[in-house]
Design a protein around this ligand. Structure first.
Ligand SMILES: [Zn+2]
Length: 223
């Protein structure tokens, strides 16, 4: 798993270099989040006691997926005669590319960037992070998601957008804070079953992050 919150924050941070186009930014942030939804496949395979190999960092982390997504949303835009779907698709594709680049930089595993071709690119070959660090990476997911929500809230207050949602956003922010505080010690003291428990909550919060991004698209569009 990688840091969804970092991916989302980076997506938000590149705003100033991009043209203003409706739904481009929500697409870009969702594209940054999207690749790690492959953890659903990992979770399903784990529950079904099937091999999980080749499920993470493959089919959602591929250049071909980027092209397929851009084409798909381009087609939807044509059908609906709404350019914002095409903006969304371009943002989404760019977001996935940013996610892949960030995965190269901040994680210790390879990415099958040309999936379905079995070519893995890994800049960290032979590097094994210390165990305490690997354990910390999981609860840190919640902290970074919280940072992302906080940044969204700050932008919304500044631009006076999505004001009606800020109350709920604060509740999610608190939930994430509590999850971080609870899961950090658990990552070190739970001998068995931590990854199952954490994985379930993590996936749930990944959905929340995507839903909040979409709900606050007006904020992302006006930043
Ligand atoms: Zn990833």
């Amino acid at each position: 798993m990688a840091q969804a919150g970092i991916h989302a924050l980076v997506g938000q941070a590149v705003r100033r270099w991009l043209p203003k186009a409706e739904w481009l930014m929500p697409g870009l942030v969702l594209g940054n989040l999207f690749p790690d939804f492959d953890n659903i496949a990992v979770a399903v395979a784990t529950v079904a006691k099937l091999p999980t190999e080749g499920l993470h960092r493959t089919f959602t982390h591929s250049i071909f997926t980027v092209l397929a997504a851009i084409l798909l949303f381009w087609g939807i835009g044509k059908l609906k005669k709404q350019a914002r779907w095409q903006n969304f698709g371009l943002g989404f594709g760019l977001g996935i590319i940013m996610h892949i680049l960030l995965d190269f930089a901040i994680w210790f595993n390879g990415v099958a960037v040309l999936w379905p071709l079995p070519i893995w690119i890994n800049f960290w070959q032979g590097v094994t992070p210390p165990t305490w660090f690997e354990a910390l990476m999981n609860p840190l997911e919640f902290l970074f998601m919280a940072l992302f929500f906080w940044a969204l809230g700050r932008a919304a207050r500044k631009n006076k957008t999505n004001i009606d949602f800020l109350g709920k956003l604060n509740i999610w922010l608190m939930v994430l804070g509590i999850l971080f505080v609870v899961f950090t010690p658990l990552a070190y003291i739970m001998q068995k079953g931590f990854l199952t428990l954490f994985g379930a909550v993590y996936l749930l919060m990944l959905f929340v992050a995507a839903a909040v991004t979409w709900r606050m698209r007006e904020t992302l569009d006006t930043v």
